[in-house]
Design a protein around this ligand. Sequence first.
Ligand code: IFM
Length: 734
Amino acid sequence: MRYNSLPWDRPGRYILVKDRETGFYHSLSWAPTLDRPYQRYECAHGQGYTRITTECQGLKGVLTYFVPRTATAEVWRVALTNTSAAPRTLEIYAFVELLMGNALNDLINQPNDKHFPEVAFDDEHLCLVASRRYWVLNRGVTVKQPNVDWPYRLYFTNSLPLTGFDGSLDAFIGRWRSEANPIAVTTGRMGGTEITAGDPIAALQSMVTLEPQATQEFVVVMALAPKTAGVPEFLQDRGHLVPWSDRQLQELTAYWDRYLRALVVTTPDRDVNRSLSIWNPYQAAVTFEMARNSGYYHGGLLFGTGLRDRFQDILGVLIAAPERVRPRLRDALRYQFADGSTLHNFFRLTGSGEKTNHSDTPLWIPFGVMAYLKETADLDFLQETVPFYDGGESTVGDRLRRALDYSLGQLGPNGLPRIHKGDWNDTLDYIGPEGHGETVWGACFLAYILRETFPLWAWLQEEATLQRYQTAYTQLQQAVNERCWDGEWYLRAFRDDGSAVGSHRDRQGQLFLNAQSWAILAGIAPPARAQQAIAACRERLLTPYGMQIVAPAYREVEPNTGLISRCVPGKKENGAVFNHASSWFVLAALTAGETELAWEVYRRMLPANSAQDRDRYEVEPYVFAEYVTSPEHPTQGQASHSWLTGTAVWMLRIGVDGFLGLQPELDGLRLAPRLPAAWPEVAVQRRFRGKTLQVQIRGSGPVSAFTVNGERVAGNLLRVTDFVDEVLTVTVGP
Ligand code: IFM
């Protein structure tokens, strides 16, 4: 498969079906034979699979694509039905183009990269086998290359009897043709090509005869295995591939059903239920597993995996799969230096990465570890030893302190963290190149993280540490309130020369959302200022899709602010509805007691609402996208960077911890619902520390008592360890 394959709506993975008598052929997934007279096209996405149903010229195809949980393979499961009145003799072509190379090289030096792929037919196992003899591993443009081959083989087969194959793109497509009319399909003659250089594909031909109303089931499998392992076991017996694939699909579906049972939310709002119980946890899990890898939006070669993203992504799987988080945290902690600083991003294949000095990155360590501890109470984790990136090792508990101390050591002239290369907002990257510029958001974030850890130091009885961090918190609070209040809202930053960013005095970039949200979330903003800041945001930043990240957007470049001002107004960090930031505002509004406003913004952000105009929205309308273009740009409502966004985990947790108020703490689950008026009653099933909680919540407001399996408990903290039952029925409210 070609990286960012061009043209983009040619996804490959085609099954072309040709009527032998008429010579007419079409693809079971529509593309690339877009001009054929289809009577039906339907594409359904489920948890772990995509199913495309087409009807064309008396043939119905149901094509299900999925990746099994336990086999390194991609499966195309097909049911082909003859819906016409006459018997049909059909040629079936399964086709995929293989990249088999280094994505960057493929773009800039394909002729060279073309010397190393090989595709051959395995007569014994009846499959095409592809590999390459030389693996370009560099990330940049260099002639220095390691002397290694690609250690895998790719296998491609069809469960139907095979009548022909091709491994060469040129041979299969032919001259002056395209995927929509390959010469091999048009003539019905496969070339039987094997290649040792050139453009690799895997194409297989089969024949079937179908009586009227008869259905042929078959499966195409593309599998990957280390060269040392040989042909995967499930390919050894092609006769069993169909039942094997059905079992795999059942297991996959069962896996997701199990996974999603960890959280089932029932509110009066169908979109919320569908989001919190299905698509939002699913997106969060996919983000945790895959979305940070290279793909259309994310140049894996360029960015690798971001450390701050890594520590946020865990939030999304903690409820359903906390056991997957501990190893993930351990792994990510390897990118911390002994002085507490961190790489900003890393590359899993090479273990290398970049130290960019974004001011916030180290702080996501205590953020992530605290989230894990609060969910699991697995305090032993703090004693585990993890290596530093620059040699030596120390315990996880120590790593938290180092990250905090490093960040506290970075305070600048106003007592705020120096921004260096940027903060969470990557595009505020030229505010402090000389090392003097400071971040107001960063100060709030640091204060928030410090406060997050207070219960831990108290729990561990580390009085001195607790006091030290409490003092630091108070100092940050003072600095922000004394120096960063602009009259109606908080400033965003100070440049190297001391000038402010995010002031009403500016012509553009006056009001930044994050500084307001986090001043509230950190408990820094006194109530009156919190209300003023919220009012300003509501007045200037609220759009039909959520909150704009900044307004007015930059229309003139400000070299001493950064790339934000080079982004087009209304998109990306320059004034889009940047969903990640918008979600933080929802939490801030909730925290400030503005439940109805929080709900209104949350509701607008749900893909079911923001993606109502599908053709304008353009990306998958069932997951959150990084941003939706704001009214500051003519294409308002257009979204980008679907899947790949921290929004997913925050919207999930704001829904569950925020509105429903099920908040993990070290000693239990705090019950603090903040239901909007439209939800008089809700029910939640949530897994927590090995138990299943079935929570019924009626009404909102402070909880002074609740019942567990009919027993009254005073206060609002559910200590699950106080109960022996595995299922706890919890009732909150009258
Ligand atoms: O915070 C970043 C994130 O890490 C990557 N995407 C953009 C965000 C805002 O700049």
